[in-house]
Design a protein around this ligand. Structure first.
Ligand code: NDP
Ligand code: 8X3
Length: 255
């Protein structure tokens, strides 16, 4: 089993659930996110079980990521598993009405932040010839939906980056996995709808969405298979979710 696990975006949702799951397995934890108070509460909860190192980090800040990961205390410095989980969707407007600031934030976090964290930890993994990068993508990276524009595109990046990493890492025992969850009830929709609780709750109303723990179970599983096995990509949906038919416009404005 993996020994030292670094999780980005550990202050809520999938990241916090992963921290709890890996603590139960006795792994040392390195947890980061922007909200320090939530991280401290999690540290207090898990410290009786395992060694936990927490620090605030905005993954969009390239220098801060490099500095924080280079300054990990010796006990935590050999990261075996990086869970690139920090990420967000902002807005659901069509592309011609969406906020460019929101688009920038999604690209800076979901694409560039994930790049910075990966680039900072990969050299150590390659040197040790051991390690695993688990990227949290999304079904939105494969399947388009109205309003998914840049969010989905950022997760398509995660999927292809994951595959390309494996190409570069051939000949090492460093593994890479893209996990693509569908609808899961976390703080995701509150963030997407900028604190509008009604809108956020309507996403899940009458459904049985995935839970954060469901995804943590998947992260634990992909990292627990024998070292010769690389789970490349895994897509997970609630039974409440499936695909719709291709959309056809009838009678609207077209030329
Ligand atoms: P949450 O909003 O509950 O968690 C998101 C986490 O990301 C928080 O811990 C947040 O911490 C962190 N985060 C966001 N921006 C930054 C940043 N700039 N720097 C550091 N940390 C950051 O949502 P989920 O748990 O659902 O989301 C986790 C991942 O799963 C995301 O990548 C999301 O896109 C993906 N996902 C979610 C699905 C869902 O339906 N819930 C489905 C498919 C994928 P803080 O605010 O403290 O920085
Ligand atoms: C989150 C799932 O379908 O809201 O990535 O994009 S979805």
């Amino acid at each position: 089993m993996t020994k030292t696990v670094l999780i980005t975006g550990a202050s809520s949702g999938f990241g916090a659930a992963c921290a709890r799951a890996f603590a139960k397995l006795g792994c040392k934890l390195v947890l980061c996110a922007r909200r320090g108070e939530a991280l401290q509460l999690l540290r207090q909860e898990l410290a009786p079980l395992v060694a936990v190192h927490v620090f605030t980090l905005d993954v969009r800040d390239r220098e801060a990521v490099a500095a924080a990961f280079a300054a990990l205390p010796a006990e935590f410095s050999e990261v075996d598993l990086l869970v690139n989980n920090a990420g967000l969707a902002l807005g659901l407007e069509p592309a011609h009405q969406a906020s460019l600031d929101d688009w920038d934030t999604m690209v800076d976090t979901n694409v560039k932040g994930l790049m910075y964290c990966t680039r900072a930890l990969l050299p150590g993994m390659v040197d040790r010839n051991r390690g695993h990068v688990v990227n949290i993508g999304s079904v939105a990276g494969s399947w388009p939906y109205p309003g998914g524009n840049v969010y989905g595109a950022s997760k398509a990046f995660v999927q292809q980056f994951s595959r390309n990493l494996r190409s570069d890492l051939l000949g090492t025992r460093v593994r890479v996995t893209n996990i693509a969850p569908g609808m899961a009830e976390t703080e995701f929709s509150q963030v997407r709808f900028k604190g509008d609780d009604d809108k956020a709750q309507r996403v899940y109303a009458g459904t049985e969405p995935l839970s954060a723990e469901d995804i943590a179970d998947v992260v634990v599983w992909v990292s627990s298979v024998p070292g010769r096995v690389n789970i490349n990509s895994i897509e997970v949906m609630s039974v409440s979710q499936a695909w719709g038919p291709l959309a056809v416009n009838r009678g609207g404005r077209e030329g």
